[in-house]
Design a protein around this ligand. Sequence first.
Ligand SMILES: *[C@@H]1O[C@H](CO)[C@@H](O)[C@H](O)[C@H]1NC(C)=O
Length: 320
Amino acid sequence: MQLSNGKTLTLILLSALLLGSEVHIESHHLVAPDSLQYKQPSIVSGRTDVVAVTPWLAPVVWEGTFNPVLLDSIYKPQNISIAVTVFAVGKYVMFLKDFLETAEQHFFIGFNVHVYVFTDQPTKVPQVKMAAGRQLTVCSVPSSKRWQEISARRMELIQTLIEEKLQNRNDFIFCLDVDSKFHGRWGTESLSGLVAVIHPGYYRDDRSRFPYERRPESRAYVGPGQGDFYYCGGAFGGLLQEVHQLAKTCRSNFEADAKEGIEAAWQEESHLNRYMWINKPSKVLSPEYLWQDFKPRNPEVYIVRFSGVVKNYAEIRPNV
Ligand SMILES: *[C@@H]1O[C@H](CO)[C@@H](O)[C@H](O)[C@H]1NC(C)=O
């Protein structure tokens, strides 16, 4: 009797474990409702002016390569939840209002979104009316004297946030620059395990011109003839566990470099580029997903979804 009770308990525990992993698998299983009508997909006609897949067969997301209605109806029943981090330290708090307001208009509309604002001035976080299912949490951080330090600590804060607050509560996370605004849809088409965004400044250039860290003694080093694309430090994301691994690795490499007196050319962006070269992103977002306001739109960019605002560095950075 006792033995059989023990067995029953083991079975219950096992089924709970299996059920847990089943739920997990389910969230990567793309189930479409059979009632949905949509445009017939084609494999012989489509965009010909851009490349929509990487050499390791990850999609590159451009306008015209996906059906937003189809994607939303696949993800909607899964009740997914998206965490977002933004860092608004020092004068960067001035960008929060536009960032938050435009996110309400364009970022994962109709989904659960939880924005985490990291700031040294919690009282200056603007009140922005958020739709049902969307919320904001303010996290206090100490002020930093150098913007390079603020940038360096981001990976640590992302790592800690995932470990302490997000496990089991969110499915995906995006880490975004605050000095930017949304101008068009950013939604379920961007979901994947590890998601990188192509930097708008270099995507037509030879990789010898990418501003990777070029000193072999740095842990962010990418050598001549190496690297795939130049990715943005200002936007990346994916599944929680993937982004946790990225943040943890970049942070420890950054700190190990610092102990030896090395600061990579573009701080965390350099470390992220090294990481994404070794750990290939499972989805790559085109420069539509992080443009720069001062840059004229190139013809292959049909829509700018998210873009860095023009700013006066001398005015907002504590030191340059
Ligand atoms: C959907 O997710 C939200 C946020 O994670 C949660 O509060 C809500 O209870 C979920 N709804 C259902 C029907 O599971």
